[in-house]
Design a protein around this ligand. Structure first.
Ligand code: SF4
Ligand code: MG
Length: 279
């Protein structure tokens, strides 16, 4: 049998989807985020056994269950820590970490900072809908200050929104982009670029919550490309990000920086771990 006959057939986007039906609300932006990730995986010809998707807790963090690849549904805010550990132990894997704005920028904010500066070769997708959706609509770090729908913040938060791109830049990220799940073609391209980027790639993906932020239906008319960029100059990126209205889409900053990898990774056997827990 020749080599061609042995070659595995190319995978299509739908081949990366599991049999589990998403429980997201009808019209939730995360459907398109899931579709974009499967399309990016197909474009990159990733083998399912080489792709690992790690998440935290929240509506968007259900994503690994809907994929036919390796997945880990972690604990709240710790997805990046789990993803970093996985990448350290298995550098051959394509590690994608996925979650939401509450998970990633609130309880997980500390991990976000250090993942940016550590620059391990992995991709972080934050499906940002400016709300905690799974716990029924509380303000998150990216919620607008005058948002009064939340029961805990009937007068709004009164606080400025966190600026993820600015924080990622300040913390030393080497790839910073913003996508919109309502533009599946562009966001798929962005994910392909992010996964191919050698280093920590951060993608803030605007992903509307139909249930607790119905105004986000308007995002389709509000998004626009970055007026300038992308750039590899941090000072220029800082200038562009300072002028940002939060709706600019595309890659804004990409720079080749040394990729961090731990010098020594303990190779513990599974049996040794089991032995430690024997009572
Ligand atoms: Fe999506 Fe919002 Fe429903 Fe969660 S609550 S599944 S984010 S629409
Ligand atoms: Mg959210």
């Amino acid at each position: 049998m020749d080599a061609l006959a042995c070659a595995a057939p190319a995978l299509r986007a739908k081949d990366y989807k599991s049999d589990i039906r998403p429980v997201w609300c009808p019209g939730c932006g995360h459907f398109a985020a899931l579709a974009a990730l499967t399309k990016a995986a197909a474009r990159l010809k990733l083998r399912k056994e080489d792709l690992a998707v790690v998440s935290g807790i929240g509506c968007s963090s259900r994503l690994p269950a809907y994929l036919d690849a390796y997945g880990f549904h972690g604990v709240h805010g710790r997805a990046l820590a789990v993803g970093a550990g996985l990448k350290a132990a298995r550098p051959d894997l394509t590690v994608v970490v996925a979650g939401g704005d509450g998970d990633g920028f609130s309880i997980g904010g500390n991990h976000f900072l250090h993942a940016c500066r550590r620059n391990m070769d992995m991709t972080y997708i934050v499906m940002d809908n400016e709300v905690y959706g799974m716990t029924k609509g509380q303000a998150s770090p990216t919620t607008r200050p005058d948002w009064t729908r939340g029961k805990l913040t009937p007068h709004g938060t009164g606080m400025p929104q966190l600026q993820p791109a600015a924080i990622a830049l300040a913390a030393g990220a080497s790839f910073i982009a913003r996508g919109f799940s309502g533009d599946p073609t562009a966001v798929t391209e962005l994910l392909v670029d992010a996964i191919e980027h050698p280093g920590f790639a951060f993608v803030q993906m605007l992903s509307p919550c139909q249930t607790f932020q119905p105004e986000e239906k308007e995002w389709k008319a509000m998004v626009h490309p970055w007026p300038e960029g992308p750039t590899d100059d941090p000072a220029e990126a800082a200038r562009l990000i300072q002028q940002d209205d939060g709706m600019a889409l595309g890659l804004i900053f990409q720079r080749r920086l040394p990729v961090w990898y731990p010098q020594s990774v303990p190779r513990t056997k599974l049996g040794d771990i089991e032995a430690e827990f024997v009572v």
